[in-house]
Design a protein around this ligand. Structure first.
Ligand code: ADP
Length: 965
């Protein structure tokens, strides 16, 4: 209703009792009445009985506010209160009373201006006053609304009879005119008899926060006529009767709710079983023979999901065409249909009547997610005698609502289960998951196409990345300006946005509508950390006949979250993969790896600068070892670049903390005063400490001179921490390697010196011994010859030892680069070399399939040779039986050489790998004690381990591991 239209020019809804109740319902302080208004003897006149000032205004204030909002004129008759008291109460409630007074919408009156205009109360005068005031008010306003304090009655001579006469007249008047009134009575002020009369003469009472239908109401003419007592008795009896029926009705309703609850609450019972109970309940309640629940299945067909009662054509599982059914009528005008007698309703000529023969029909439509689902029907082949009551209708509606709720719940659950199943399926890759989620969404929303697009709202750009099915226009790679699409709303609000009717929503001019014919849209924006923003939406060229429901919005939001989760997951994986590739690349040195890792981090976090600092023990400041993206001269400045530690922020905090330390924007924090910000302008910083073993080494950081608008995320911190750990490990490793290299070098130098320097005098010893042997052997007696032989042997042995030591020292430094080696081939060569020994000892050697490994073939050959020689040498009395096999253990091969020889006491098993250590004298077994030491060193160079398992006289098994290719 518009305030500007004059009342005479338009047909207006007159103000009614309902209008007044609406006023009270608009206020949280009020409750009731609960029953329908119709059938009650009523007019637009309320009596308010109150006991305190608060109570008085609790009713008056919402009544006034509601009237003003509706453009009515308020006449407020002040008597017990002062005008300023009323003003305060209205103003406190937020009513702009100055405006209302100025416009004439609110006027205050005294009793002398109204009820007691002529000095005393005259009901005819008063009626006239109302009629005039109403006529006047409705010239410019919607209606007249009256608030009147009735305290004046107490001091006036007005008799109860007069008042009653007046009441009956105004009740009449109020029924006809656009006037609504509330008369306020202070319970404390009046005698109980007066209050009793007020109660009897007002059909509607407001008391203690409730608006009540007044059962005690007696029309005034009845109250004071000649046969008043008779009438009153009748009224009292009737009131009693009404109360009882009302109570019974209420009980019935409660019982029904209980039944409904009983039928549906059991979680073990299936949905179908619950529906059957519900249908049974309905047939009993409505006194109809048949109950059935249908689902429409497209193509004008329906299926009966469940049915109770006897009817040839109506049974669970039946599918049929919707044409010529009552349900067709029902679905054409969704809601409820109530027919007690087909003949009366003129339905007997209907083909549907002929088809099913139903005389009574009571049914409602069922909608799920805003879309038509089917019908819930009760029917009989005979007419129903009683009309359907309000309660019957309520029952039917409640049943329909329960079914709708239940189906929606089922749909929600199925949907969640399905999306969970998709995202947690380990056999699907990212694209497959995305496609499956898109398909799920299309089906759920009844839309044709799912799209994911990258957006840049600053640049007003949208680029399609992914579509679920081919589309004429929307293809991957298509660029649009964001504002030409429906997506801008979703991006702006970062919530779910839907468009069901572009024309109505004022979007008909958008390119997406105009050129591409997209008529329906449901979309949401996705923010993925460290990545471009996206929108994720469903569209259709078919217009939608209904808007998108709350459920659909929720589904879309959830889908968006799943997709975001997948994108983030994929991105994290991609970063980890990329960092792994960098660190594992054998062609990159440490500096190149560090540079690439920091580039990756900078790109991901959207920051310009990064670096590695070192805090040497002899310095008091951090030195920059590597800096990138931080002004051109950062590298030159390196030494002075970093501040002394006294300031306590940035790298100082990072090196002292166990976790990465970050500040997206240092401005306004204590970091702002730090020299790094003051002099070098670093405003955004994330740093982590780098360790060298157990000593702090320095920091690794990523930052920028510009502040960043979002805080560092957990993933970003973890990422930097991981690179920090890698750097720590590399620093420690390079130091360890350096140390190892140096010791190897020293060993080699020693061995070289030994071989070189010792071999020379040794050669001299040997040649002179040979000379003595040649020239003076005749002069020597038996002992002399034996001594000479010892001396020659000793020299030979020494040469062997020296060259063995040389070989041992060169394992690390003079090895060949690793390459795939077929162990089978290597072993065959060794067996060939050893064939004399093998034949000489009658050795039996069994070799199983040997793998291909990564290694140095010469060294591996040496390894096998030493082990086989030992196995033959230490075979004891019987002929050697040797068995060689290989077993896979994760990334490694375990190669074992088993023999049946003399075995080794467990106590000595560690010693045998030591250089020059042996368990036997040369008389027993010849050897230098270098063979196994060399084997172990070769295995170690191949990142493997070596060990022996043996018992004396039980044979030995020497095993070693080698990395699998
Ligand atoms: P060498 O054989 O030159 O003495 P090694 O380093 O090859 O030196 O072996 C060290 C010691 O380990 C040997 O002296 C021997 O006592 C013991 N040993 C090595 N191989 C075996 C084996 N297959 N069975 C029993 N003892 C062995």
């Amino acid at each position: 209703m518009s305030k500007n239209l004059s009342s005479n020019e338009v047909d207006r809804e007159p103000v009614t009792l309902a209008t007044g109740l609406e006023a009270f319902q608009s206020s949280p302080e009020f409750s009731g009445p609960v029953e329908d208004l119709d059938g009650h003897d009523c007019n637009d006149h309320f009596a308010h009985i109150y006991e305190s000032r608060e109570e008085k205004f609790e009713a008056a204030v919402p009544f006034v506010r509601h009237g003003l909002e509706r453009g009515e004129q308020i006449a407020y008759v002040v008597d017990q209160s002062t005008e300023s008291d009323v003003r305060t109460a209205l103003r406190t409630a937020g009513i702009d009373i100055d405006a209302a007074l100025d416009s004439g919408a609110l006027t205050f009156y005294t009793v002398d201006e109204t009820y007691l205009r002529d000095g005393s109360f005259d009901s005819h005068e008063m009626i006239q006053f109302y009629a005039d005031a109403t006529a006047e008010a409705t010239e410019d306003f919607e209606a007249l609304r009256l608030v009147a304090e009735m305290s004046w009655i107490k001091d006036d001579e007005t008799t109860v009879e007069q008042l009653m006469e007046y009441e009956s007249q105004i009740n009449d008047l109020f029924d006809r005119e656009d006037v609504l009134a509330i008369c306020q009575y202070d319970r404390e002020l009046f005698a109980p008899e007066v209050i009793q009369n007020v109660i009897k003469t007002h059909p509607h009472l407001i008391y203690d926060g409730a608006a009540c239908h007044n059962f005690y109401y007696t029309p005034p003419e009845e109250l004071f006529g000649d046969d008043a007592p008779v009438r009153e008795n009748e009224r009292m009896l009737q009131t009693l009767h009404e109360r009882t029926t009302a109570k019974t009705e209420l009980q019935q309703r409660e019982r029904f709710l209980e039944d409904l609850y009983d039928a549906t609450a059991d979680s073990d019972r299936s949905f179908e079983a619950k529906i059957r109970r519900l249908l049974k309940l309905g047939t009993e309640r409505f006194n109809l023979d048949i109950g059935y629940f249908t689902q429409t299945t497209g193509d004008e067909m329906f299926e009966i999901v469940e049915a109770v009662g006897d009817h040839e054509q109506i049974a669970a599982g039946v599918t049929d065409s919707l044409g010529d059914t009552y349900c067709e009528k029902l679905l054409a005008a969704p809601g409820r249909i109530a027919v007690t007698d087909a003949a009366e309703a003129g339905w007997t000529t209907d083909p549907a009547y002929k088809r099913f023969g139903l005389d009574a029909y009571f049914a409602t439509t069922v909608h799920v997610g805003g879309e038509e689902y089917g019908t819930l029907c009760f029917a009989s082949e005979t007419p129903r005698e009683e009309p359907y009551t309000d309660a019957d209708r309520t029952y039917l509606d409640l049943m329909g609502q329960w079914v709708e709720y239940e189906l929606e719940q089922q749909r929600r659950e199925a949907y969640l289960r399905e999306s969970y199943r998709i995202t947690s399926d380990p056999t699907l890759d990212f694209d497959e998951k995305l496609q499956a989620l898109f398909e799920l969404g299309c089906e759920q929303f009844g839309l044709e196409l799912g799209v994911m697009a990258e957006v840049d709202s600053g640049e007003d750009r949208l680029e399609i990345e992914y579509v679920s099915t081919d589309h004429e226009h929307l293809k991957p790679g298509l660029e649009l300006s964001l504002s030409e699409t429906y997506c801008s709303g979703a991006v702006d609000s970062s919530g779910v946005v839907s468009v069901a009717n572009p024309v109505e929503a004022g979007y008909d001019d958008l390119r997406i509508h105009r050129e591409f014919g997209i008529e329906a849209y449901l979309g949401t924006s996705i923010e993925v950390e460290g990545d471009a923003n996206r929108t994720f939406f469903f569209v259709s060229e078919e217009p939608r006949d209904h808007g998108f429901s709350d459920d659909e919005h929720t589904f879309q939001r959830l889908l968006g979250q799943w997709v975001r989760y997948e994108l983030e997951h994929q991105q994290r994986e991609a970063f980890l993969r990329e960092s792994y590739q960098i660190t594992a690349d054998p062609n990159l040195d440490f500096d190149a790896k560090l540079e690439q890792l920091l580039d990756l981090g900078r790109e991901w976090m959207g920051l310009d600068a990064a670096g590695l600092t070192h805090l040497p023990s002899w310095e008091d400041k951090f030195l920059s070892e590597y800096t990138v993206g931080y002004g051109d001269d950062a590298a030159d400045e390196s030494d002075e670049f970093w501040t002394d530690p006294g300031e306590g922020c940035y790298c100082r905090q990072a090196i002292e903390s166990d976790e990465p330390v970050g500040m997206a924007d240092v401005r306004g924090t204590e970091w702002e005063d730090d020299q790094i910000h003051q002099e070098h302008g670093l405003t955004c910083y994330l740093g982590t400490k780098v360790m060298n073993g157990s000593t702090p080494y320095g920091t690794l950081w990523i930052g920028s001179t510009d502040p960043r608008d979002r805080e560092f995320t957990e993933t970003e911190r973890t990422f930097l921490e991981l690179i920090g750990q890698w750097v720590s490990y590399e620093i420690e490793r390079s130091q360890r390697e350096q140390a190892l290299k140096e010791s190897n070098k020293r060993l080699e130098q020693f061995a070289y010196a030994a071989s070189h320097d010792l071999q020379e005098p040794l050669r001299m010893v040997s040649s002179y011994l040979q000379l003595i042997e040649r020239r003076y052997s005749d002069a020597l007696d038996e002992d002399g010859e034996e001594y000479l032989e010892f001396a020659v042997n000793g020299a030979d042995r020494m040469r062997e030892m020296i060259s063995g030591l040389l070989a041992y020292s060169r394992v690390e430094t003079r090895g060949d680069p690793f390459e795939p080696v077929e162990l089978g081939t290597v072993l065959n060569d060794v067996l060939e070399d050893l064939h004399l020994q093998i034949e000489g000892t009658d050795a039996k050697i069994a070799v199983e399939d040997l793998p291909c490994v990564e290694g140095d073939s010469n060294q591996l050959r040496q390894l096998f040779q030493n082990l086989l020689e030992n196995a033959i040498t230490y075979s004891g009395d019987s002929a050697p039986h040797i068995h060689i096999d290989a077993k896979r253990r994760k990334q490694k091969w375990v190669i074992s050489v088993h023999d049946n020889g003399i075995g080794i006491d467990p106590e000595n098993q560690d010693r045998i790998f030591d250089i020059f250590d042996r368990l036997h004298s040369r008389d027993e077994y010849d050897g230098t004690g270098l063979g196994l030491a060399l084997c172990q060193r070769i295995v170690e160079r191949h990142n493997g381990e070596m060990w022996v398992e043996s018992e004396p006289d039980e044979g030995s098994t020497f095993s070693f591991t080698l990395p699998a290719t």
